[in-house]
Design a protein around this ligand. Structure first.
Ligand SMILES: NC(=O)c1ccc[n+]([C@@H]2O[C@H](COP(=O)([O-])OP(=O)(O)OC[C@H]3O[C@@H](n4cnc5c(N)ncnc54)[C@H](OP(=O)(O)O)[C@@H]3O)[C@@H](O)[C@H]2O)c1
Length: 475
């Protein structure tokens, strides 16, 4: 049984504005529907982003679906804790209590799925995606005239075959261009500045190539462990959780040739998005895996107790080089690293140049904790002679612009609602990234690689990239 609570603009959804040109502040023209709206992700990330985007949501009604709370007021009490000013969103939000497996769900939701467009957002568990898509399929069959789009959270399957199955289900309801696979990492503004850095400083593309670079390092280091996500993580591991998506996204953004940005012209923008997407999947097809001896797997001490599996060999850390077999990148290792319970929370992309001094020139784009770009160059030291020292030229977002950039989910929601696909991986990217991961996992299995054990909060990216480690294999 599904209960709907307190929809503030019922009756107004979907019709024509009665007073064109006049004050239509409460007129709702589009609907945004969230499944999984009582969960961790929605409450901590998506809801605060919605609250910050209140201007953009003027034309929207918001429908939230979850099971946990019985009434709208209970739900609002829960959500209210996650933003200091939740009222503007509450005014246009209706809570719908229902189980996705319940046949009644659609009948209860259907009166709200109207307007000039409906945007669905799946922030729920992937195991319920198929049943939700069945509901949406039925609804869309009866309402083919309503334009619809969907955004969904990772994981997008667990290998290439399961992704293709998910994609088949999605495509029964949605056109490819209306499917938004969310990788929230790409909404972080330093990731965007990587695009700008390359697109608007054309010399950068020339520098970022085998002619000038010795290697590239890309790290996503986390301080936290698996926490309450133990069961999920046991099946996923660092490879599927981070390498398949965030690390490969960063790798492709660095390695492709970013076309010049377009300004206002939408057709060109569409062209830009398509060119970037095609270049990224083409590049993934040129990726070569390393020899097994170059792959390092780790598992933090205490992980087995946390997931209650004394024999677990799930990796919570991986470091490996990938190679790109094309003329621009041949021979340049892209060293990738991700790990949990590391000494610091830190993510960056670093290009290391061929250098004449012992400390190499580097360009580092730091994603967190601070959004900044550093260029390490040699300059002359004070005095008469020609001595040099390495200095760090720095740009930090906050330092330069005095403002923090928007949270990743603000950008993700903004782009979804504006149908801007630049930051969303397309199905071709996801398919090819799974193909790489499937091959990597096969290689690991066949070579019987197992993780070494590391004490929590002791390893950092520097030590791992320079190989300064005391490795101890798990028994
Ligand atoms: N948490 C993050 O930071 C994060 C980051 C990136 C991606 N993701 C992805 O986002 C998704 C959600 O993650 P989460 O951490 O928010 O999970 P979560 O806290 O477990 O929340 C799951 C949500 O799905 C709802 N749900 C589960 N089964 C349902 C059913 N049969 N019918 C209707 N609703 C159902 C739950 O409702 P009730 O609780 O009310 O029953 C809850 O709202 C996952 O795909 C995850 O991989 C999460």
């Amino acid at each position: 049984m599904v209960l709907l609570h307190g929809f503030p603009h019922q009756g107004e959804i979907g019709g024509r504005c009665p007073c064109p040109g006049g004050p239509c502040a409460s007129w709702i023209m589009k609907t945004l529907v969230f499944f999984g709206a009582t969960g961790h992700l929605f409450s901590r990330k998506i809801f605060p982003a919605l609250a910050s985007l209140k201007e953009e949501l003027q034309d929207f009604s918001i429908v939230t679906v979850g099971r946990r709370f019985a009434t709208q007021s209970e739900y609002q009490r829960f959500l209210g804790a996650f933003h200091p000013n939740p009222e503007a969103v509450f005014r246009r939000m209706v809570y719908c209590r229902g189980d996705a497996r319940d046949q009644d769900l659609l009948a209860q939701l259907a009166p709200h799925l109207k307007g000039d467009a409906v945007f669905f957002y799946l922030a729920t568990l992937p195991s319920v995606y198929p049943v939700i898509l069945e509901h949406l399929h039925t609804w869309h069959r009866d309402n083919p005239e309503v334009p619809i789009s969907i955004a969904l959270e990772k994981p997008f399957g667990h290998d290439e075959a399961s992704f293709l199955e998910l994609e088949k289900n999605l495509r029964q309801v949605f056109a490819e261009e209306n499917i938004f696979y969310v990788d929230h990492y790409l909404g972080k503004s330093t990731v965007l500045s990587l695009i700008i850095l390359k697109a608007e400083n054309r010399f950068m593309e020339k520098l970022l190539s085998r002619e000038y670079l010795r290697e590239v390092r890309i790290a996503v280091c986390e301080e936290e462990g698996v926490e309450e996500r133990g069961a999920f993580y046991e099946e996923t591991g660092a490879i599927k959780d981070i390498l398949q998506n965030h690390l490969l996204q960063l790798l492709t953004l660095l390695a492709i040739d970013i076309p010049p940005l377009c300004e206002e012209d939408k057709r060109e923008c569409q062209h830009f998005q398509e060119e970037v997407a095609q270049a990224k999947s083409r590049l993934l097809q040129e990726v070569r895996l390393p020899e097994p001896a170059e792959i390092l797997l780790g598992q933090y001490e205490g992980y087995r107790e946390e997931v209650r599996n004394p024999h677990s060999v799930t990796e919570t850390l991986i470091r490996l080089p990938l190679f790109i077999e094309n003329p621009r990148w041949h021979g340049v290792p892209f060293r990738l690293l991700t790990g949990k319970k590391m000494a610091e929370k830190r993510s960056f992309v670093e290009a290391i140049f061929h250098s004449v001094t012992p400390l190499p020139n580097r360009l580092r784009i730091e994603i967190q904790p601070e959004e900044r770009i550093d260029l390490f160059v040699n300059v002359k030291t004070p005095g008469m002679d020609l001595s040099s020292a390495m200095v760090q030229l720095n740009f930090s977002y906050f330092g330069t612009f005095g403002a923090k950039s928007p949270e990743a989910y603000q950008k993700i929601l903004h782009d979804f609602l504006h149908h801007d696909r630049t930051l969303f991986p397309d199905s071709s990217f996801i398919r090819h990234s799974w193909r790489i991961i499937d091959q990597l996992l096969r290689k690991i299995r066949e070579s019987q690689l197992t993780p070494f054990s590391y004490p929590p909060h002791t390893l950092n990216a520097e030590a791992l990239f320079t190989g300064n480690l005391n490795e101890r294999n798990l028994e």
